[in-house]
Design a protein around this ligand. Structure first.
Ligand code: PGA
Length: 252
């Protein structure tokens, strides 16, 4: 099955509302000339509604960067999946390594969020990846297998097909150190194998696995040429229309 590649810009804690609207507009304006790839942006929560509203009729996907797993209640500062859906956003990044490392999110918590996003009818982007210490201790496969399994705990095969997985080696995020295409492909192929084992060949074949970690215009082409790399989650290089559009045009 041909998987349509998907490239999402994760703006993290950047962009005021006006800046976000302008950047989203600049990206959307070029999408007509780019085929065969889905494009998305993940604005900060304060700009999510405005960007989703502006892009309501466009091809640009709008994603939230996080959510809470409960539907409602006394959870000061948190935002439910229903609230995110209410903004018009369609995707939710879950378990980004910054959430795991800085805010202490566990594999189990991330799994609950994935379940909540699917139950709310939105698409989760489940982020997983090993730290440098784990890679050096040769634990990469154990770590990503565990994160994948717990992230998808209780998710049916049908729902699993809707999940986007983002493999983001922590040592490559924001460091300028991109994994080599061979390092990335090796882990992506392993993850697809895991999906085949936990579910079946149909799920393994359907799930898109993005690579993330210092993706730039000059390295995206090599990464996207790998058979198991189906897109990118882009941080720093997505904050500027020129570099993000250059990434989206990786085929041209
Ligand atoms: P980076 O971030 O492209 O700045 O390395 C990627 C990410 O954190 O999703």
């Amino acid at each position: 099955m041909a998987r349509t590649p998907i490239i999402i810009g994760n703006w993290k804690m950047h962009m005021l509302v006006g800046e976000a609207l302008e950047l989203a507009r600049s990206v959307r304006n070029v999408l007509g000339g780019i085929s065969g790839v889905e494009a998305g942006v993940a604005p900060p929560l304060t700009a999510l509604h405005a960007v989703a509203k502006q892009e309501h009729d466009s091809k640009l996907i709008v994603a939230a960067q996080n959510c809470h797993f409960e539907a409602q209640g006394a959870f000061t500062g948190e935002v439910s999946v229903k609230m995110i859906a209410d903004t018009g956003a369609s995707h939710v990044i879950v378990g980004h390594s910054e959430r795991r490392q800085i805010f202490g999110e566990s594999d189990e918590l991330v799994g609950k969020k994935v379940t909540a996003v699917l139950a709310g009818g939105l698409t989760p982007v489940l982020c997983i990846g090993e730290t440098l210490a784990q890679r050096e201790a040769k634990q990469t496969f154990d770590v990503v297998a565990r994160q994948l399994q717990r992230g998808l705990a209780g998710v049916s095969a049908n729902n699993a097909k809707r999940v986007i997985v983002a493999y983001e080696p922590v040592w490559a995020i924001g460091t300028g150190k991109v994994a080599t295409t061979a390092q990335a492909q090796e882990v992506h192929a392993f993850l697809r194998g895991q999906l085949g084992e936990h579910y079946d060949a149909g799920v393994a074949d359907a799930v898109r696995i993005q690579y993330g970690g210092s993706v730039k215009p000059d390295n995206v082409k090599g990464l996207m040429a790998q058979p198991d790399i189906d897109g990118a989650l882009v941080g720093g290089a997505s904050l500027n229309a020129e570099s993000f559009v250059a990434i989206l045009k990786y085929r041209q």
